[in-house]
Design a protein around this ligand. Structure first.
Ligand code: NDP
Length: 448
């Protein structure tokens, strides 16, 4: 070890990098982590956490509307974007501080500057210093991908959306994936006119089709407009500060902000991986084996930069498994089967395991159980929106292959139910569980 400055040098202090750093340090390694922005990464700084707070903040609109039938009135209810925005950003700073403390308390050295790979054991820092390490872990994450079109520089991405000076009256969102649908819900609830524009005719590719249809139907009834098969042609800034958004085969749209949410790509540009003989895949991701090792024996990579599943808890598991394998003497891999996920749209949807389509293709003989219901709280509030739960089972064993839900609190309910799906339980096991009444979750054990 004395031959190297560090046992482990981590590039990127996001979810995967921080977990790997602190666990490796706890296993006795001398660790440094380089970060060019803030400790915490996409999830904490400009992703899951601030987004969820905006979802909570915007959801009050629905709650206030529904409150009338519950006897409450708020004649002068007002919304202050700047107050919510600043409070969210303060919370991000608080979490950033907690992440820094975690690294400190584990004795991990923080180097707040950009780092790049110089060779198999050498990292070059932005200030020109070179340091050596027995192992290097690349955990630099991803970055919003913006397709090429004229005027793309006028658009914002999920990096900027948390910092808007004021709420746009009209917003056009390019893409119909996670980020597009989550921000469509936030801005729609906050009273903005939202148009979602996608190159294809689907939203949330990969999610169960019936749930996607339900989300489309509910969000359209809430006033979100959709334009499908409409790639962007150009965005032009007008004299009044607004933008003309030109789409193929459509009249131009006028917007005060244009948010591009067309996927995220691994942030490997200029990282110097070629200096260690590492070749990227076609999407710019770092190919790794099941232990997250690259083609170079001393360099590993975890998280979005490897583009396995772009989710925080997955990156955390990969960071943990890496540290246990390399420094804890306990070879560990990550199990990617039955990873639950959710879209915090309004209403939210969540799923685990195979969709109906995937199960039919893989197993052929399946049975689908479902519950299409209007939650009691919606009925009482005169809200017409219905929830939909689907259980996809193998025949004739009844083993649950997938569970998909849309409706209030779907992600909260799904996380618990995902344990049963991961454990390989059957429809009979669900049915043997007595309903918890009255709840929305009881639909899980009452499906026909
Ligand atoms: P997604 O991959 O979810 O969606 C991308 C959207 O952009 C799709 O609608 C896709 O269209 C469209 N698109 C892709 N490429 C192009 C292109 N070249 N030109 C025009 N349109 C294009 O990406 P997001 O940016 O929404 O999110 C990135 C990742 O971040 C997600 O995959 C997810 O893993 C993670 N994330 C997770 C969240 C959560 O867990 N709740 C929340 C936010 C992000 P098409 O339909 O044709 O494919």
């Amino acid at each position: 070890m004395a031959d190297y400055d560090y046992d482990l040098f981590v590039i990127g202090a996001g979810s995967g990098g921080v977990r790997a750093s602190r666990v490796a340090a706890a296993h006795g390694a001398k660790v440094a982590v380089a970060e060019e922005h803030k400790v915490g990464g996409t999830c904490v700084i400009r992703g899951c956490v601030p987004k969820k707070l905006l979802v909570y903040g915007s959801h009050f609109a629905e709650d206030l509307e529904d409150a009338a039938n519950y006897g409450w009135s708020f004649e002068n209810a007002k919304f202050d974007w700047a107050r919510l925005r600043d409070h969210v950003l303060n919370d991000v700073d608080r979490l950033n501080g907690l992440y820094e403390k975690t690294l400190e308390s584990h004795g991990v050295e923080r180097i707040m500057q950009r780092a790049m790979v110089k060779s198999a054991h050498t990292v070059e820092l932005a200030d020109g210093r070179e340091v050596t390490a027995k192992y290097i872990l690349v955990a630099v994450g991803g970055w919003p991908f913006v397709p090429q079109f004229e005027g793309a520089e006028h658009c914002i991405t999920s990096n900027e959306v948390f910092h808007l000076d004021k709420l746009p009256k009209r917003i056009v969102i390019a893409g119909a994936g996670y980020i597009a649908l989550e921000f469509a819900g936030i801005f729609n609830a906050l009273g903005c006119h939202v148009t979602v524009v996608n190159r294809s005719n689907v939203i949330l590719r990969g999610y169960d089709e019936s749930l996607r249809d339900r989300l489309l139907q509910i969000t359209m009834s809430r006033g979100i407009e959709y334009k499908f098969h409409c790639p962007f042609q150009k965005v032009q800034k007008r004299e009044d500060g607004a933008f003309d958004v030109h789409l193929e085969g459509q009249d131009p749209l006028v917007a005060d902000q244009v948010l591009v949410a067309t996927g995220r790509r691994p942030k490997t540009d200029g990282l110097g991986l070629e200096n260690a003989g590492i070749e990227l895949d076609d999407g710019g991701a770092i190919p790794v084996d099941e232990y997250s090792k690259t083609s170079c024996d001393s360099i590993y990579a975890v998280g979005d930069v490897t583009d396995r599943i772009q989710l925080t808890p997955v990156a955390i598991r990969e960071g943990q498994a890496f540290a246990d394998t390399v420094f804890g003497g306990k070879p560990s891999t990550v199990d990617y089967a039955c990873v639950p996920s959710a879209v915090f749209s309004q209403p939210p949807l969540a799923g685990v395991g195979l969709t109906e389509g995937e199960a039919r293709n893989t197993y052929g003989n399946i049975r689908v159980y479902s519950s299409d219901f209007r939650p009691m709280k919606n009925v009482f509030a005169d809200r017409q929106e219905r929830g939909l739960y689907k259980l996809i089972c193998e025949e004739p064993t009844g083993k649950v292959l997938g569970l998909h839900m849309i409706g209030p609190d779907a992600p909260e309910i799904l996380q618990a139910a995902a344990i049963a799906v991961k454990a390989g339980l059957t429809k009979a096991d669900f049915d043997a569980t007595v309903a918890l009444h009255p709840s929305m979750a009881e639909e899980l054990v009452l499906m026909r």
